[in-house]
Write a new protein. Structure first.
Length: 152
């Protein structure tokens, strides 16, 4: 249950106090008894801080390879966190990549869509919904991008 509550906190943390607790977990200052933070948990904390415009999020993101707080676990992880930024320019850039950059692996798209569609950013992401729905027939036909999970 502790890991479930930890992950819930990470998902809904919006206040400065909650952000402080997440950063304390990253640094090891705050420990949830019986819960060892995995590298993915650490990246997800940074994603939450990015999505909620925390003032230290960029520094934590950039420090991932420079210290033990955020060990790199996969070369694509930093790129799938960036769509969490709550601004239209970033969302537009990634939306275009979803549709037109065929060299992006399907699993990268699948993971980064969670960052793109952060729960408290619907005012920014809602305008992309109609465009995404309009693109579905082309995608299903195997247009610029083909998603096997949508075939058949």
């Amino acid at each position: 249950m502790r890991i479930t509550w930890f992950r819930a906190l990470r998902g809904v943390a919006e206040t400065e106090t909650a952000h402080g607790q997440l950063k304390d977990m990253l640094s090891g200052k705050l420990v949830v008894p019986g819960v060892e933070l995995r590298p993915l948990d650490r990246w997800n904390i940074v994603e939450s801080l990015i999505a909620n415009k925390d003032s230290e999020a960029k520094a934590l993101f950039e420090s991932r390879g420079k210290n033990a707080i955020l060990p790199a676990t996969a070369k694509n992880m930093p790129t799938w966190l960036r769509p969490a930024r709550p601004d239209t320019a970033t969302k537009s850039q990634y939306f275009e990549e979803y549709l037109h950059r065929s060299e992006r692996p399907e699993d990268w798209i699948e993971i980064s869509l969670g960052s793109f569609n952060w729960w408290n950013q619907s005012k920014i992401t809602l305008p992309f919904l109609a465009r995404a729905l309009d693109a579905l027939p082309q995608i299903k036909r195997g247009g610029e991008r083909s998603f096997s999970c949508w075939d058949g």
